[in-house]
Design a protein around this ligand. Structure first.
Ligand code: GTP
Ligand code: ZN
Length: 322
């Protein structure tokens, strides 16, 4: 009887639909298909895979099957009424890249931050295009609450907010980013036009060539923009950047409305002080959250925009999906 081939450990470095590219410890890559529903993997997953038996591949030669997805440290995903979509697994950080132009949506930013908090992944916010002086100043001002949340002192800030000018001061930005990313796996998310491709190309020379190869292999030549891809920044393969589409529709259906306050640090900071333990912070008397809503540059205040976003999300997550 033929011996079953050994299961090898690998890392998922790209995914498109159900197909993945798995990288072995030695750095070789091959396309793998999940064995069943349970072995559906996402980028960043560690998996056990098996080479396809001779003649069983679908024509690419180097193929395999994913037999098992190893336990995940975390998983960042979004969920709307109809579907759940995973961005990536086993992340250290999420870098949310927005820009002075096009004007960013604060609601989208807040959603991404909430999803990261809920998955226990450290978010970083980067505001690109600081060379566009006036739009940048306006956008930087809009980020005031995010730059100060947690307290007035630098060391108390809950979020790190970085000004960037990726196309104009690339070398400076690269050094700063390299420092923040070193030894970590970071997912980059951002709306179209903020500079995500510029960022990836700055940090990963040859990234576009790599992407071409992978999407060709996954798609048999059709161009795709829906692939999530992991790039190694260093030859030792210790620092990874994951580029993923899908920032625009950031559904948070996987969260309960009553969990929201916990994932919004400016609201969470006051929620303990409410008269009712199950206060929704929407209309109750003695609500310590509502008492802090004011349009002031005060690190303890809750900005009216943040409070409005809280209310909108609370309503959205309270709607019956049926
Ligand atoms: N002024 C200015 N423009 C920039 C900067 N960084 C990127 N851009 C420009 O912004 C535009 C969008 O940049 P991309 O890197 O293509 O943005 P993207 O987020 O990948 O956009 P999509 O491909 O639509 O997802 C390009 O024209 C860039 O040249 C910057 O620091 N300053
Ligand atoms: Zn309250």
């Amino acid at each position: 009887m033929a011996q079953a081939p050994a299961r090898l450990e690998g890392l998922v470095v790209a995914s498109h639909g159900r197909h993945c590219v798995v990288e072995s410890a030695g750095g070789e890559r091959r396309i793998c298909h999940p064995r069943g529903k349970k072995s559906q993997a996402v980028v960043g997953d560690r998996v056990l895979w098996q080479p396809a038996a001779p003649g069983q591949g679908r024509g690419h030669g180097d193929e395999g099957t994913i037999e098992k997805v190893l336990e995940r440290r975390n998983l960042l995903y979004r969920q709307d009424e109809v579907r759940t979509k995973s961005f990536a697994a086993n992340l250290d950080q999420v870098l949310i890249l927005i820009a002075a132009e096009p004007v960013f949506s604060e609601s989208q930013l807040a959603r991404a931050l909430i999803a990261a908090e809920a998955a226990r992944i450290t978010p970083l916010i980067a505001l690109n295009k600081s060379d566009l002086v006036e739009p940048f100043a306006r956008a930087w001002e809009r980020l005031w609450p995010y730059r100060h949340m947690g307290g007035e002192q630098d060391t108390q800030h809950h979020y790190r907010v970085l000004p960037l000018s990726l196309s104009e001061s690339g070398a400076v930005d690269r050094d700063m980013l390299m420092h923040l990313l070193a030894g970590k796996t970071t997912l980059v998310l951002g709306p179209s036009g903020a500079g995500k491709s510029t960022l990836v190309n700055l940090l990963v020379p040859g990234a576009s060539a790599q992407t071409g190869e992978i999407s060709q292999a996954l798609n048999s030549g059709r161009h795709t923009t829906t692939t999530t891809t992991l790039y190694w920044i260093d030859p030792q393969r210790t620092t990874a950047l994951i580029d993923s589409p899908g920032f625009q529709e950031f559904g948070l259906r996987h969260l309960a409305p009553t969990d929201l306050a916990r994932y919004m640090p400016d609201i969470a900071a006051h929620a303990e002080g409410c008269r009712f333990y199950n206060c929704t912070h929407l209309h109750e008397p003695g609500c310590a959250v509502q008492a802090q809503v004011r349009d002031e540059q005060d690190a303890q205040a809750i900005s009216p925009q943040r409070y409005r976003i809280y209310g909108e999300l609370f309503a959205e997550l309270s709607e019956s999906p049926y």
